[in-house]
Each structure stands twice: as C-alpha cells, then as structure tokens.
Write a protein that binds this ligand. Sequence first.
Ligand code: ATP
Length: 531
Amino acid sequence: MERLVALCKRRGFIFQCSEIYGGINGFWDYGPLGVELKNNLRDAWWDVMVRNPPPGPDGQPVDIVGLDCSIISHPRVWEASGHVGGFADPMQTCRQCKKLFRADHVAESLAESEWVAALLELCEPGAVPNTWIPRRGELERWAKTRGRKLAPGLAIVREPGLVAGIAEDEHDAPALLTIVSSPGPTISEVRPPCPVCGGDLTEPRQFNLMFETFVGAVRDDEAKAYLRPETAQGMFYNFKNVLDSTRVKVPFGICQVGRSFRNEVTPRNYIFRSREFEQMELEFFVHPSEADTWYQYWRQARYDWWCGLGLAGRNLRLRDHDQDELAHYAKDSGGCCDVEYAFPFSGEKGFTELEGIAYRSNYDLTQHQRVSGVKLEYFDAERNERYLPHVIEPAAGLTRGVLAVLCEAYTVDETRPSPELMRFHPRLAPVKAGVFPLVNKEGMPEVAERIYQDLRRRVGPCQYDAKQSIGKRYARMDEAGTPFCVTVDGQTLTDQTVTVRDRDTGSQVRVASDQVVGWVAGRVRGDDGIG
Ligand code: ATP
C-alpha cells in the first residue's frame, strides 16, 4: 500500500485534501490522472446500467433510467429511511489521548498497533501457539523507557509498579493486552486498550454517522438538514415522479451516481473508508413473485462486471451474508451478498466489501408512503394488480472501486528498467496513448503531432512527449498506466509506419501511420461487456 500511495501522489492520481494545511482526515482529492480514472469507471458503470444493460433473465431488454438528486433533501427522508434513528456505529473514546474508534475496529487496529508489536517482542512465546509469557523484569524496564514514548496511556506505563502484580503465565494476545492495561484486582473494567496510546477506552456509545447542517439563516432544530449518507433514497422518493414522467413499467430500475457523506468514526485504509465518497446505486423494482429471479440475476451480473474490469480470479469473490448479518428487511426473504475484493489491508478475512447486492423487499417504499402520506403503489396493467414493488439494490462504491482498480493494476516488475507499472484495463486507463517523436527533429515532430491531435479527438486523453530518452518516456507512461505508446522514428519517414509499444508485454509492432488511430481506438473500446 505504501508504494501504491506514493505512486498515486507522485503521478497525480490522489492527493490528501487541503494538504498544504496539514490535510483533513477522511477527505481526498483526485488529481489529473485520478479524475480521469474515476470518471472512466463511473462511465463504464453508467453505460452498462443505464444505456445498455445486459438482457434480462428472459432474454428481454432491461429498462433502467438515471437520476441526479440533490445532496440535501427534506430531513423527513432520513426519518423514513431509518437513518435518523438508527444509522449509528458503536464508538469508543480513549480517556487518555481522546481518539475515537469504532468498537468493531478496535481488535483489528490493535493487531496493527506499533506498541502492541513492541510489547509482544518483550514476551517469550508460550508452549501453545499464539500465546505469550510476560517477563516482569523486561516489562517494567520497558514501561519506564520505550513504553513511555510508544504507549504513554497504558496502565503499566502510567504506573510501572503495577507490573509486580502480573503473573508470568501463558496468555493469548487479547488476555495479555487486558492484563497490561488493567493489571491487579482493583481494576474492574476489562476492555481492550487504545490501539494508539494504550489508554482506557470508554463503553461503546452509539454515534450517528450523518453530517448535519442548517438550511437558511436560523440555526435551530427546524432548520436542521443532513448531507445524504447514501444515494439510494433519491430513487425511492422520486419513484412516483419517474413513473409519471416516463413510460417505464415494472420490472425497471432507477440509477444514480453521486457523492455521499458519512462521518465515519475511523476513516482508514486510504480512500477505502472516507467521510466523503461516491456511490453508484441501482434500485430495481419488481413484482414480489419475481424478486428472487432478479436478485440472482443482479448478483451474477454485478460480479461479472467487476471481473470484466480485470479484477478477476483470486482477488474477487461473491459472498452471501450469514443469517445474522442480514438487514432487518432482508431477514425473511431472498438475501444479501457482497462482491468483495482482496485489498492489501483486508487482513485475516482476506477480502472486504466493494459492492453490496441486497433484496430490500418493499421496505423503503412502504416507509416513504407512510411518512410522506403520499400513495406510492404501482398499478400493474398486465396483472390487473395494485402493489408496492419489491426492490433489488446493487450498491457499489465508486471511489472504493477506484481503489480496487488501482490495487489490481499496481505491478512491480524488477526486470524492467523502471519497475513500477499500472496495468489498467484500456477502457479505464486515464491516458490512452503516449505519442513520441524518437528525436525532436528531421520531420518526426510534425508527423507525431498530427497523430497526437487525431488520437485525442477520436480516442481520448493522450500525451505528447518529446523530451528525454525513449526509455524514460516509456517508464513515465507505464506509471500512468497508459496502454499504448506510439513512436515516430526514422523508418516512418521512409515507409509511413510507426511503432506501437504494448505497456504490459513491452512488445512492439509496426502499424501504418494512417491506421494507427483506428488501431488504438479498437483496442481501447474493446467489446467485453463492461460498458
Ligand atoms: P461498510 O460496511 O464498509 O461500512 P456499508 O455496508 O455500510 O459499508 P453500504 O451502505 O451498503 O455500505 O454502501 C454501498 C457501498 O458504498 C459499499 O459497498 C462501499 O463500496 C461504499 N461505501 C460505503 N461507505 C463508504 C465509505 N465510508 N467510504 C467509501 N466507500 C464507502
């Protein structure tokens, strides 16, 4: 991750938001290459969801329309959706360093904590695997020296005398951490310590994740509004508008791509969990009797789409939720699954969520009908039946998708002159081709400039580079993930061909200079169903 993050900054994919002021945790800016990559992923999704969805389970065309809703809506939307009452994470605060943690992330953060690693090194491994025997002498020395810097909040560091009460027995890691953070019989609260400083964590308390703001001049409860924590609700509260203004019939879908905001307690893992991010969501409305068929359809279609982007094989999986993970509305029905990706930080589980596909029954429409008092039933002329459609929701993270694409593309090949390259799918690559005159004279720049102008117009962003050695120019393009480099050389002037170098293999072919634009366009466009 560290090397990838460094490359992303160096080459202008992702910057820390307001970096010159020290940054702000959980917010990121997309640089010149990053914004192209993000927009390409968004467009591929929009193409395959709205403009040209794959045929439905019966082979018939699928109807999906788009929306772009406001980020701030009537606050009762969030009452109806359940976010005002329930969109909360249990959170703990460190009494010493005042840092906040999501209760369900503490164990994971402790496993990555610097002071915990240092502490375990002071212990002897036990006879049983993954157990440790603390050595009182070493512990006390550490508590008075290095521990003061690494874990100033830890009980035995604040009071080294407590070490005397620690038994030199075998303990597993959680037990050991409890002992060093609350040794002796006088301490009744037994909780894992703070992953940052070793201090005492408070009881978990519910923390609402919605960002609040005020609409208008007066800042009172009446004026309170929220930045949306998901894009989905816009599709539900506009359900009737879409029905009344278009000719869609159930089954059909409504899609939206846009920003969402969650005041995450512990934004982490680069752009994976941020406080401002983008989502790509579909609400697909169906007759209740067809919900299972459509759930299975979207489950597969969404997995296949991510595979088509190159996230295939061992790094991607579809995981059905266990019964105890299911949201309340999905308990009695079809189910939920996640498309998961093996991010480098996925830890023991190996995979983390990229997209969730949920069967939401008619929960949301029922709620909005009840809270707004407006009838949202659909009249199905073919069935001669009035009902609230059920919903299948594939909800993907656009910015989280960008991270998966970056992780998948990042390749180190020490046999190359410049070992780091980004193997993006050509459809997603921010720069489609580099165009170089081999030398900046002898008529080469003129031909190269003409090809460059043509490629930009017909294929997309390209870069013209006439400086430095050809190897350095290739290396720059490899780091940006540019799939093709077109070089005009001495031979071009005699036989009107150019070399095209392939990023991944480094191999070169000669292509007629008047056909090279079509050659690159065909390979960038592809036809692999990813949009
Ligand atoms: P998580 O369990 O990771 O918090 P979630 O289950 O709450 O996610 P959903 O509400 O289902 O997520 O949102 C749909 C998608 O939006 C997720 O699959 C993820 O890709 C993306 N997403 C959710 N929260 C964040 C975030 N804080 N930062 C970036 N992407 C996010």
